[in-house]
Design a binder for this molecule. Structure first.
Ligand code: URA
Length: 239
C-alpha cells in the first residue's frame, strides 16, 4: 500500500516525520536511485527502495498482536472501493503497522486480531487448519429443532458448497427472534450469514466472541488490547 515518504521513513525509525520532511527537502533521500525533494511523494514500501544517507531503509518492528472489538461500520480490507473507514484506523500505535487476520463483514462486530506477525496470521488463516470461531448471532424468526440439526450437520450454501458441521447452542427463542452461539472452523465469505439464511432464519446481528481459546470478554466496542506472549503461543499451538 502506498504511503507518504516521510511517514515511511518515520516508521523505519530514522526520525520524526517533521525531521524526515526536512531531510527530504534537503535532497538527502533517494527513491529508486533518484533524489526526491518534493513533499507530496508517495511510495510503496514493498516495491520502492528508499535510501537515506547511503542506507536502504527497512521497517524493523517488534512483533505485536492486538485483539480489537470491531464496531459495525468498518471494513477489514485496506482497499475498499467505497472508501469506508477501515479497522486499522482504530489502532493508535505510531510506527507499528498491523494487518487484520482474516475478515469480518462491514456490519459484523467483535473479536478481530491484528498483527505484524506473519507466522501467526498464516497459521490462523490457513484453510486446512483453522481454529474454532464462535459467533453470537441474532436471527429473525424462532428457530426450529430441524434448522438447528441442519446447521449441526452441515448446510449447502447458495453456491452449492456444503459447510462442515457447526456447533450450535440456542440461548433464547422469544418474540419472533432467536439468539444462538454458533461455532465454525471454516472462513468462507459471509459464512454464518449464508448458513443462517440457508436454513430460513436470517442474521440480524452478528458478533464474533471467541477465536480458539481467546475470548473477547469485556473489551468495549472500538477498544483493543495487546495480547501477551502466552496468549500468542497458545493460539499458535491451537492453529
Ligand atoms: N460469518 C459472516 O457471515 N460474517 C462475518 O463477518 C464472519 C463470519
Amino acid at each position: 500500500m502506498e504511503e507518504r515518504l516521510q511517514k515511511y521513513m518515520a516508521e523505519c525509525g530514522v526520525g520524526s516525520r517533521r525531521k524526515c520532511e526536512e531531510w527530504i527537502a534537503q535532497g538527502l533521500v533517494k527513491v529508486n536511485g533518484e533524489v526526491v525533494s518534493e513533499m507530496g511523494t508517495r511510495i510503496d514500501p514493498e516495491k520502492d527502495e528508499v535510501v537515506f544517507r547511503g542506507k536502504v531503509l527497512k521497517i524493523s518492528q517488534p512483533l505485536t498482536t492486538v485483539m480489537l472489538n470491531k464496531p459495525a461500520g468498518y471494513v477489514t480490507t485496506s482497499r475498499d472501493q467505497f472508501h469506508r473507514p477501515d479497522v486499522t484506523q482504530l489502532i493508535d500505535m505510531p510506527g507499528v503497522r498491523l494487518y487484520p487476520v482474516g475478515r469480518l463483514d462491514y456490519q459484523t462486530t467483535g473479536l478481530l486480531l491484528l498483527t505484524n506477525d506473519g507466522d501467526l496470521a498464516y497459521r490462523l488463516t490457513h484453510p486446512a487448519r483453522q481454529v474454532e470461531k464462535v459467533y453470537r448471532a441474532y436471527l429473525s424468526g424462532e428457530i426450529t429443532h430441524e434448522a438447528v440439526k441442519m446447521l449441526e450437520s452441515g448446510v449447502v450454501l447458495d453456491d452449492g458448497y456444503k459447510t462442515q458441521p457447526a456447533k450450535v447452542s440456542v440461548l433464547s427463542v422469544k418474540g419472533g427472534n432467536t439468539k444462538i452461539d454458533i461455532t465454525i472452523t471454516e472462513g468462507k465469505n459471509h459464512q454464518v450469514r449464508r448458513m443462517a439464511k440457508a436454513v430460513g432464519f436470517p442474521v440480524m446481528r452478528l458478533k464474533r466472541i471467541q477465536e480458539g481459546s481467546l475470548k473477547l470478554g469485556s473489551l468495549k466496542e472500538g477498544s483493543y488490547r495487546i495480547l501477551s506472549e502466552a496468549e500468542i503461543e497458545k493460539l499458535k499451538n491451537e492453529a
